[in-house]
Design a protein around this ligand. Structure first.
Ligand code: AHR
Length: 772
């Protein structure tokens, strides 16, 4: 009989183990968590944010029954110099209805029966003018309205509350007048009165509740690539994310290009992030840019870094300083006298290249000197292995960083193959911060395999400090990236299958990892083949290129085959051959004749979705990467920096030995990788505890049930709740119509002794919360 014995032996602390990562991607902030219902409230949208935008995006004139309206955007004598645009609306002929309306996000503005909404705007007019503000349905019928008189030619704030008598999810906010008049409008805002915890300028309740329900111990924010993908001047519209732009009056926060190709109002700024963290009981974990943009290769000169370092020091003061300090006072003046208790600070996100490390060192030294108690996190790049990943870790050790931020998005099969990735890590160095990870997909299969992988993370809490899935939020009508944990539109929200696994694990973590002994389990089943066979193909990737001296050597048989030269104009791909061998070599000389990327060599290819590829000058012509695709879902196996130059010859060589892959460029090793085969253990399990409970997690990824005896040391009998995810088919996904198709069920379990037998259903995730 299988037996799991949960001991009372505490192996490692898990006090902050699971958190969330909020990035303003997929309209996660504006049009998402941030409660504002008006899109482009300050008329600041610009083609720089997105080529389809202009200052009146999301606004439409109302000209009914012979009405004539002119709308202009001006920036002369603005209310806010940092958001200079405003609307001039001229009602030339009133007809039956004249004015302008805002279309909101998604299908429109979503209002609910008997719910109230705070309207506000800034307005001025040379002559007194009465206007009506209404929430209309999609047919132009008024749902609720109020009027106001614009009496001043100076900018004046107007505000009132509108209450909706009905549910309507495709409403608009209309500003109309029955008079022929001309007036200026800016910062037109509509917020639900009921924001999360009733905060002013607060969060949309339903989304915030989904996040709070996860009980995250920390929140990483505001990105992601968002933070470093921009220019160096904080006054530029497309600057990197600079936190000082995001505090103070919302009207003075400059509208910015969001690197995910939309606009960010910064209405959800650093104060709101800190406040929200406090509201959901999560420790704030901000990520700052390091004056180095790995995507556009821009870097602040080293002797001009002080401004950026000050940003970091000032942020700590803003969060933790008292009212006697400059930045602490600003926080107090914004309404939060108590400190926000910042403990963690990340410098950089996925940066690669020495340029980042030259700058990181300066931050690290300055922060530790002034605030030795702050835990500093450095990046390990966007790949789970390779030269830049190593560089991240080596620098962390050199600097004494507290945590190293690892990121990877992989196939579920990669997770099954790498569940023991952290088993041999020491406990005395910097800890892993798994700051972004997910398997590609939102199906039950993805969630199940992630659960198995997470037991591997928990079992290594000696080396892993913090973990958060990514990305967190996605507005279904503005997708930049998928999969995502939580999906929403303007009035609905649902958690993906992955969300429910995260919630189960995050709600049952405890503070300490417990030692678990096991007995009787079967050996793991290894899936797939021990060799990499299949088609070999060569591609000119976004370039013109020539390939010659093409040769495949079967090292096992000694068989050598040569092939005709290839030449591609503006991209192109050719099948060279197919090979079934456990040890072989593919060689070619390659030359780019024009273009801006490099070459790709495919091997072990069985179809377009199952293959391994070696990128030479991949992504932005910056990589040599080996990447394995299983069912169309890629995982990086190794990465190093490499760029292809036009006119230069490259001797490429790929050697495959079993599942070991080595690549060479001009005789030098470029990549060393192992394409590990997925492994299915009989049961994945882990245990942890806090003062009240012992949490036992078990994941059965196989399609058969598994029975085990479970002994919990230190208790006399068992009084437990069971939370279980099972009975779904692997392709099942949640959606708006079926938001809980994949979600756990709960039951109770009692036993007179401290041992019980349990049969884990096929493909299931089970958590026992055993009362101490
Ligand atoms: O999570 C989405 C993106 O993935 C993040 O912005 C970036 O850090 C990573 O590449």
């Amino acid at each position: 009989m299988n037996k799991i014995t949960v001991t009372t032996n505490k192996k490692a602390s898990m006090s902050d183990f699971y958190g969330i990562f909020f990035e303003d991607i997929n309209h996660a902030a504006d049009g998402g968590l941030y409660g504002e219902m008006i899109r482009n409230r300050a008329f600041e949208f610009s083609p720089m944010d997105n080529p389809s935008y202009q200052a009146l995006t999301a606004w439409k004139r109302i000209e009914e029954g012979g009405a004539s309206v002119s709308s202009f955007v001006s920036n002369k004598s603005p209310f806010s110099k940092r958001n200079p645009n405003y609307l001039i609306l001229e009602i030339n002929k009133t007809g039956t209805r004249a004015g302008i309306k805002n279309l909101g996000y998604n299908s429109g503005i979503a209002v609910k029966e008997n719910e109230s909404y705070n309207f506000s705007c800034y307005a001025k007019s040379d002559k007194p003018c009465e206007i009506t503000v209404s929430i209309d349905n999609a047919y132009g019928e008024v749902i609720t309205e109020k009027s106001l008189n614009i009496t001043s030619n100076e900018w004046t704030e107007y505000s009132f509350t509108l209450t909706s008598p009905v549910d309507d999810f495709s409403a608009v906010l209309a500003v109309t007048s029955k008079q022929e008049c001309k007036f200026c409008l800016d910062f037109v805002s509509l917020f639900p009165v009921k924001t999360y915890k009733n905060r002013k300028n607060g969060m949309r309740n339903d989304i915030a509740e989904m996040l709070a329900d996860l009980k995250p111990k920390f929140m990483r924010f505001p990105g992601g690539c968002l933070i470093h993908d921009g220019t160096l001047n904080s006054d530029d519209r497309n600057s990197m994310y600079r936190w000082k732009n995001t505090i103070g009056a919302v009207t003075d926060r400059p509208s910015r290009r969001n690197n995910w190709r939309y606009n960010q109002s910064l209405g959800l700024g650093y104060f709101e992030y800190f406040q929200f963290c406090e509201d959901i009981g999560a420790k704030p974990l901000p990520v700052l840019p390091a004056g180095y943009n790995p995507h556009m290769e821009q870097a602040v000169p080293l002797d001009e870094m002080q401004e950026w370092i000050d940003d970091a020091l000032d942020l700590i003061e803003f969060a933790n300083g008292n009212a006697d300090t400059k930045w602490g006072k600003i926080r107090c003046d914004m309404g939060h006298a108590e400190p926000f208790n910042l403990e963690y600070l990340a410098v950089g996100n996925e940066e690669v290249g020495q340029g980042f490390w030259d700058r990181y060192d300066l931050f690290h030294k300055a922060i530790k000197e002034k605030y030795p108690q702050i835990k500093i996190i450095n990046s390990a790049g966007p790949f789970p292995q390779g030269g830049e990943f190593e560089r991240g870790w080596n620098n962390a050790k050199k600097n004494g960083s507290d945590l190293v931020d690892e990121h990877y998005y992989t196939s579920p099969e990669w997770m099954l193959a790498n569940c023991h990735r952290y088993d041999n890590m020491p406990s005395d160095g910097p800890k892993v911060f798994l700051g972004e990870y997910a398997s590609w997909g939102n199906t039950y299969y993805n969630a199940l395999i992630e659960a198995a992988y997470m037991t591997g993370l928990e079992n290594n809490a000696h080396a892993i400090g913090l973990v958060c899935y990514a990305p967190l939020l996605c507005n279904v009508d503005y997708i930049n990236w998928q999969p995502d944990m939580i999906w929403f539109d303007n009035h609905r929200v649902y958690g993906s299958a992955n969300y429910y696994v995260q919630k189960m694990f995050m709600n049952c973590t405890g503070n300490n990892l417990l030692d678990v002994k096991h007995d009787g389990f079967d050996k793991p089943i290894t899936l797939g083949s021990d060799k990499i066979s299949g088609n070999i193909e060569i591609e000119a990737d976004r370039c013109s290129a020539e390939f010659y001296d093409i040769k495949i050597t079967d090292i096992t048989t000694g068989n050598v085959k040569t092939y005709d030269n290839l030449s591609f104009n503006n991209g192109g791909k050719a099948v060279i051959d197919s090979i079934d061998s456990n040890h072989y070599k593919v060689e070619s000389t390659a030359k780019r004749t024009a273009g801006d990327k490099g070459f790709r060599l495919f091997f072990g290819k069985s179809d377009d979705k199952n293959l391994i590829q070696w990128f030479i000058g991949g992504w932005q012509n910056q990589d040599t990467e080996v990447n394995a695709q299983v069912n169309g879902r890629g995982s990086c196996l190794d990465h190093n920096i490499f760029s292809v130059m036009t006119g230069q010859e490259y001797k490429l060589c790929l050697e495959v030995n079993g599942r070991n892959i080595t690549t060479y460029i001009n005789g030098k090793t470029a990549n060393t990788a192992i394409d590990k085969q997925p492994v299915m253990e009989e049961l994945y399990y882990t245990a942890s505890s806090d003062d009240n409970n012992i949490y036992i997690k078990a994941v059965n990824v196989r399609d058969t049930e598994i029975t085990s005896e479970i002994c919990v040391e230190g208790v006399n009998g068992i009084n437990a709740n069971i939370t279980e995810l099972s009975g779904n088919s692997l392709n099942d996904m949640n959606d708006f119509d079926n938001p809980k198709k994949v979600s756990p069920k709960t039951s109770a379990l009692t036993a007179v002794s401290n041992t019980f037998e349990y049969t884990f259903p096929p493909q299931s995730v089970t958590i026992f919360t055993v009362q101490k």
